[in-house]
Design a protein around this ligand. Sequence first.
Ligand code: ADP
Ligand code: MG
Length: 253
Amino acid sequence: MSNTVLEVKNVLKTFGGLKALNDLNLTVKEGTVHAIIGPNGAGKSTMLNVCIGQLTPDTGSVTFNGEMITGKKPFEINQAGISRVFQTPAIFEDLTILQNVMVPALASRDGDFTFNAFKSLQKENDLEEEAMKFLQEVSLEDQAHNLAGSMSRGNKRRLELAMCLIQHPKLLLLDEPTAGMARHDTNRTIDTLKKIKEGGMTKIIIEHDMHVVFSIADRISVLAQGTIIAEGTPDEIRGNPKVQEAYLGGAHL
Ligand code: ADP
Ligand code: MG
């Protein structure tokens, strides 16, 4: 039995009178790709926001590697090893693609100001090399020196993924990584996600595209009206009548 990386326990999150998360419980095991699916407005993004400290639950808790992270600040949770690819790409449009990937790594580097120029430059070279490696991972290396702002939305989202990967997170949260992408970009992103699956990093992926979900998830939880209504392997979920019902008129399973 593998270790639990993330545990969401009895989380309630309200917005006015609306229960966006209603007694939510979720356990994510180390090294798995855990997909969260569910209709629009089910609470998926709210759940990720609670996990990264962007939102504080009304009641309940989130534990990461056995440590309570509820109430911690987003940067503290990020430093503890959780990275997230946002639904809307958060990149630096005026920097090159390569520089974008270097930013998160620089931000987490300690004692930068005390280094002498030589050491700094040397580190810069190493960092550039590492950033290139992650650009290769998302197949953007041939555009490394272009300005990030000039890219397609699909490529911006892939860049953001590289910016997360360079932080070597223990847990990566992906909120609809292929949303709004053309089929070609979606396929490239699936390939990337499959490639990084082998690294053993735990991933939670929110995704509407069932083709993506069924091709990469080890486990699937179905969220509807703020609570998990079904959980299991892709095969178990595919045939679950509750899931079919939650999706009536929505996505296709
Ligand atoms: P999903 O990502 O599954 O589509 P969300 O987590 O974005 O769903 O939203 C869940 C519910 O909470 C929706 O009804 C949404 O309108 C509401 N909601 C989300 N964020 C806020 C907010 N900041 N203020 C008010 N209501 C919100
Ligand atoms: Mg959402």
